[in-house]
Design a protein around this ligand. Structure first.
Ligand code: GAR
Length: 201
């Protein structure tokens, strides 16, 4: 039986992608394509090592922003993913993509949303002196990190934590959670109620 297809977008290290790759044979999803906006992304190497198709879609290689957006949209449409997963994708998706794939794009963000939307979420939690922070998996809407929440995981902030140490522990939590949530969403289906996602059982 074929598994539901997902497309993963990643800009950097790719440890979340690696968690999805490592759990793929045990869970009900198939990573059909990895898209990146960064030629140096380790995520691309990880995908290639796992024999997953990769696509680098660089805005600077297109004549204008609209053509780049169209290329991204067409690539996604061609692959017909059941779910698109943003795993450390550091750009805001074009409105056309979010619209075409309404409630089909999952993002992992390193804070307990609605706290610390956007960039530098880990640094913001540290600077605020919070005793705990964490990660949020949410569906993407037209705002920045504002979409319906699927699941959150709390990570304690330790007294001497550096940004890197804290982010590393948050990533471990994300790596544990993301594959399971992807599996549940594509296997059971889900509804959005009052700004939260309820997975069918
Ligand atoms: C993760 O912590 C993810 O939440 C964050 O980037 C990291 C990716 O790690 N994403 C964002 O900050 C998106 N706004 P990775 O490259 O090792 O998978």
């Amino acid at each position: 039986m074929t598994k539901p297809k997902i497309v993963v977008l990643a800009s950097g290290e790719g440890s979340l992608l690696q968690a999805l790759i490592d759990q793929e044979s045990l869970l009900n999803y198939q990573i059909d394509l990895v898209i990146s906006d960064n030629p140096q992304a380790k995520a691309l190497e990880r995908a290639a090592e796992a024999d997953i198709e990769t696509r680098l879609i660089l805005e600077k290689e297109f004549s204008d922003r609209a053509s780049w957006q169209q290329a991204l949209l067409e690539t996604l449409i061609d692959h017909e993913p059941k779910l698109i997963v943003l795993a450390g994708f550091m750009r805001i998706l074009p409105e056309s993509v979010v619209k075409r794939f309404t409630n089909q794009i999952l993002n992992s963000h390193p804070s307990l949303l609605p706290k610390y939307r956007g960039l530098a979420a880990v640094a913001q939690a540290l600077a605020a002196g919070d005793s705990e922070t964490g990660a949020t998996l949410h569906l993407v809407d037209q705002g920045v990190d504002t979409g319906p929440i699927v699941e959150q995981v709390v990570v304690r902030v330790l007294p001497q934590d550096t940004n890197q140490e804290l982010h590393q522990r948050i990533k471990l939590a994300e790596q544990a959670l993301l594959p399971k949530i992807v599996h549940s969403l594509v296997t059971h289906g889900y509804q959005v109620h009052d700004g939260r996602v309820v997975i069918n059982h």
